[in-house]
Design a protein around this ligand. Structure first.
Ligand SMILES: [Cu+2]
Length: 157
């Protein structure tokens, strides 16, 4: 990426005497590269998929709820272990997605499964709850592109 930036800057310098349109075009390119760099994270394969094996959207369940995490075309590795095309699961409870370019928060609405677990027994109060999975890399940051499951709603009796 740094080499790419160097090439663009170099090209920009060479074009200094040409018209402003070219300069503007190069600046736009440069800006997009710089912001891409800021967002750069651990890459994930485009065909990877994150989903709930159980429960399903709309299920009526009783607490504790068995939640099983499904992941296709990627592997699970514990937090702290940097292996290509792997990550660990995060379960988001009754909350929207966090920022995709920083570590997933760690609290009772953002559960980390940093030992590489692929299921859990979840205590939930009676009523409706939303659940969503988000894969994180070795440092708990979502991949690029992020792996996010559908957000499902379950009703606890
Ligand atoms: Cu994590």
């Amino acid at each position: 990426m740094k080499f790419y930036k160097y090439l663009v800057l170099n090209f920009y310098n060479k074009c200094e005497k040409k018209n402003h349109m070219i300069k503007a075009q190069i600046l736009i390119t440069l800006c997009s590269i710089l912001s891409l760099d800021v967002l750069a994270g651990t890459p994930a394969p485009l065909n990877a998929e994150l989903y709930f094996i159980t429960p399903s959207n709309g299920d009526i369940v009783s607490s504790p709820v068995t939640v099983k995490f499904g992941l296709r075309n990627m592997g699970v590795a514990p937090a702290g272990v940097q292996v290509e095309n792997t990550g660990h699961h995060h379960l988001l409870i009754d909350i929207d997605l966090p920022a995709m370019n920083q570590s997933v928060p760690k609290d009772n609405q953002h559960l980390h499964f940093g030992n590489g677990q692929t299921e859990t027994e979840l205590e939930l109060a009676p009523g409706k709850h939303t659940l969503q999975l988000l894969l994180g890399d070795f440092s708990h940051v979502p991949h690029v592109p992020p792996l996010v499951s559908d957000k499902i709603t379950v009703t606890v009796e």
